[in-house]
Design a protein around this ligand. Structure first.
Ligand code: TYD
Length: 143
């Protein structure tokens, strides 16, 4: 498990009628204030989305239908692929993590809960800017 990336197993409520999952802000299921929700669907086969990191934003990703892969890169050589293929699986991404979203199945719906409103200034879209910021943070933490 990468630092800044955590798999979260959601508690499923259910009875003979079926299943239900509740994601409530500031809970074990989602440890931040949710300011924004967006979802990605009808993705063209072979597409890779994301390809960015955030300065501040925290996010919880849930593939509520179908499957996809989230590739998380800490900028220090550590890269891990997380497959999301069931609605009770969350991926919590916090801090500096370059993430790609790929291998979307045709029926994939990727739900994202975000801790911040949309703000382009919070995005790091150039990989070299990302690795520079990772290195600056590492140096700051050493001093
Ligand atoms: P983009 O960041 O390219 O999506 P992804 O990271 O999933 O590949 O966003 C696509 C477009 O949607 C882009 O023009 C920005 C816009 N957008 C918003 O306006 N608000 C949002 O909350 C998000 C996530 C994107």
């Amino acid at each position: 498990m990468l630092q800044n990336v955590q798999r979260v197993q959601f508690k499923t409520l259910g009875d003979e009628r079926g299943k239900l999952i509740v994601l409530e802000e500031l809970s074990a299921q989602c440890p931040f204030d949710v300011k924004r929700v967006f979802y990605i669907f009808d993705t063209t086969p072979g597409t890779v989305r994301g390809k960015h990191a955030h300065h501040q934003m925290r996010q919880m990703l849930v593939c509520i239908s179908g499957s996809c892969t989230i590739r998380c890169d800490l900028g220090n050589g550590k890269v891990t692929d997380y497959e999301l293929n069931w609605p009770d699986q969350g991926l919590l991404i916090e801090g500096l993590v370059w993430h790609d979203m790929l291998d979307f199945s045709k029926d994939a719906v990727l739900l994202v809960l975000a801790s911040e409103h949309y703000n382009e200034a919070d995005y790091i879209r150039k990989y070299e800017d990302f690795t520079r910021e990772v290195q600056e943070n590492a140096q700051r933490n050493q001093t």
